[in-house]
Ligand binder design. Structure first.
Ligand code: 13P
Length: 251
């Protein structure tokens, strides 16, 4: 059985003060079992949020990292630095990184390999744009991004990989993919994992949906057989809505 994950991607929101208050409220009230709860604060809040969460059930993710172990990369951080500060996960390949910061499939693949080598669990984001969906290229795009992301990732490392399907047209737009649309792509991703690795890996890997997930639509999404949780933006920024999502994932 796959334990669902509800992960909150705070993006570029919250100060240390408001972020630690939110983390404390989540930690105090999140379900103790039946769901894995993860929050991804900004880089400058990571250490303070880890401090707040250290004795509780909630894990911390970073929102990005560099692929190199160290070196002259002004403004960046390595997997080891994130582990050192107490992160367990790292979000990689988010569409905002791909679109705004022009991160390529190759670069994202390098980051995934580097995270796994260091012992950090990547949450790998893939998903099509509106133009690609309208041109019926969703399957092609998702398969391409998935295979590019996982190039060189060994079967034994797949236990530490989480995949997030985030259709770009559903991110921050209030337009959620219908449960059927999301399930169709999740089933495709699982089928691909079966081809790339094995039926066991396909069955064990957790696949999250992301894109305007809210307390009002989580139930029908999480009820789909291949949706194992959510990567949440806007609705993760307040304790009430995020906690409602964590509870829905248990039920
Ligand atoms: P929203 O939930 O705000 O649409 O953001 C989704 C997302 O990008 C999570 O990574």
């Amino acid at each position: 059985m796959r334990v669902p994950i509800i992960a909150g991607n705070w993006k570029m929101n919250h100060t240390v003060e408001t972020g630690t208050a939110l983390a404390r409220a989540v930690s105090d009230n999140a379900p103790r079992s039946g769901v894995e709860v993860v929050v991804a604060p900004s880089l400058v809040s990571l250490a303070s949020v880890v401090d707040v969460l250290v004795a509780g059930p909630v894990h911390v993710a970073a929102q990005n990292m560099h692929w190199a172990d160290n070196g002259a990369y002004t403004g960046d951080v390595s997997a080891e630095m994130l582990l050192d500060v107490g992160c367990r996960y790292v979000i990689l390949g988010h569409s905002e990184r791909r679109q705004i910061f022009l991160e390529s499939d190759e670069l994202i693949n390098r980051k995934i390999i580097s995270a796994l080598a260091a012992g950090l669990k990547p949450i790998v984001c893939i998903g099509e744009s509106l133009e690609e969906r309208e041109a019926a290229h969703t399957r092609l795009k998702v398969i391409f991004q998935l295979r590019a992301a996982l190039t060189g990732v060994l079967r034994e490392d797949m236990a530490n990989v989480v995949i997030a399907y985030e259709p770009i047209w559903a991110i921050g737009t209030g337009k959620t993919a219908s449960p059927e649309q999301a399930q169709e792509v999740h089933a495709l991703i699982r089928e691909q994992l079966g081809e790339l690795y094995s039926a066991e890996v396909a069955q064990a890997t957790r696949l999250l949906y992301g894109g305007s997930v809210k307390p009002s639509n989580i139930d029908e999404l999480i009820a789909q057989p291949d949706i194992d949780g959510a990567l949440v933006g806007g609705a993760s920024l307040t304790a009430d809505s995020f906690l409602a999502l964590t509870r829905a994932a248990v039920a």
